[in-house]
Write a protein that binds this ligand. Structure first.
Ligand code: ATP
Length: 347
């Protein structure tokens, strides 16, 4: 028996996690699903249950449940965000030719501008008055009215995510993918911080004998729309990954379809890429696909690879049939109907 801790978060998180847990229980897999209390701060008993569980499934964060995701991601140091972007025929992509979109955005989750570290410009000017941009303009020339944010990158952070990208690319290569890492930074503007990633990740990927390419984030945004089939593992610094994963999700058909797995040292949790979507919460129309696919990633992580693949195939069948779809995909079905249709296809 494997134990799963399900934390719904809020808004549509409640609906999609409920529907997904019902589906998981319906599969007959040897799973025990626990739903410990959330609360702010997150209760110790919940943290303990999540640490001890074989799998942790999170729904969606909103303003009230930010301590949950704060703990899952930042405090537990889940530094690698794996966000597969995959089009299943029948999904409502805005692209003319979405067939074959199948890549992963790997978001560095622990460095860069997240979680925000901000302060008063006056303090920065006092401490480092002469820090200057490439034109020679110093920070003190901005005056003292204003604020600043700190972007931190470390060689350790770049190395571990670079290695993670290589492992992921090799795993995918074994399944017939090209074995390529695309790095996304903005090192033309930030040669010291983003440039460190260029240098370290480029070296690690070429030492691993994998194909490597690099694009600045603006160019990468364009390429994910124009050439999505050319992508394999797209390694993005934190902020770029946050933005590009929404863009990528939309090319495949929408935010309701995009799953993720977040990995740290001896720690992992799984969640949809989308947030709590207050605009549609409570109406039972949220698409549970992102959470179901996150649960498939979780099953794989728990060692249930065949079952994970079977669940993904069941999602594929539901979209191919096109009969039971939520409104975001052009249907009229409810959240639970879609999850139950996936369960029927799984069986
Ligand atoms: P966050 O800042 O946490 O990302 P957000 O409100 O900016 O939250 P989301 O909550 O992810 O963004 O939702 C953006 C929009 O996408 C929602 O308004 C909703 O219309 C749509 N959406 C998101 N998730 C789903 C879903 N599972 N099913 C259907 N529509 C969704």
């Amino acid at each position: 028996m494997k134990t799963v801790v399900a934390l719904p978060g809020e808004g549509i998180g409640l609906e999609v996690v409920d529907a997904t847990c019902e589906l998981l229980m319906g599969t007959g897999l040897p799973l025990k699903i626990l739903t410990p209390p959330q609360g702010a701060p997150l209760p110790d008993e919940t943290k303990r249950a999540a640490r001890e569980a074989d799998g942790v499934l999170f729904g969606a964060a909103g303003p009230k449940t930010s301590p949950v995701v704060s703990w899952l991601r930042w405090e537990m140091a889940a530094w690698a965000g794996v966000r597969p972007i995959r089009f299943f025929p029948g999904m409502r992509s805005p692209l003319a030719e979405p067939n074959g979109i199948d890549y992963v955005i790997l978001r560095e989750n622990s460095e860069g501008l997240y979680p925000g570290r901000e302060g008063q410009l006056a303090d920065l000017v006092r401490l480092m008055p002469d820090i200057a941009d490439r034109t020679g303009r110093t920070v003190k020339e901005f005056g003292t009215e204003g604020r600043f944010a700190v972007k931190v990158v470390t060689p350790r952070g770049a190395e571990r995510i670079g290695r993670f990208a290589c492992d992921l690319a090799r795993k995918r290569q074994a399944r017939g993918k090209p074995g390529k890492v695309t790095l996304v930074t903005k090192s033309n503007v930030l040669p010291k911080t983003d440039g460190l990633y260029d240098e370290i990740v480029g070296r690690i990927v070429s030492e691993a004998g994998l194909a490597f390419e690099h694009f600045h984030v603006d160019d990468a945004a364009r390429r994910l729309v124009r050439f999505p089939r050319a992508m394999d593992v797209v390694l993005c610094m934190n902020l770029y990954g946050d933005i590009l994963s929404d863009l990528g999700a939309e090319t495949a058909g929408g935010l309701g379809l995009a799953p993720s797995g977040n990995f740290g040292d001896g720690w992992a949790y799984f969640e949809s890429v989308h947030g709590s979507a207050p605009d549609i919460a409570g109406r039972g129309i949220a698409n549970p696909t992102a959470t179901i696919l996150s649960a498939a990633l979780m099953l794989e992580h728990m060692g249930l690879l065949a079952e994970a693949q079977r669940l993904e195939a069941a999602v594929g069948r539901v979209y191919r049939d096109g009969k039971v779809l939520t409104p975001d995909q052009g249907g009229t079905a409810k959240t639970r109907d879609v999850a139950q249709a996936v369960l029927a296809a799984y069986r």
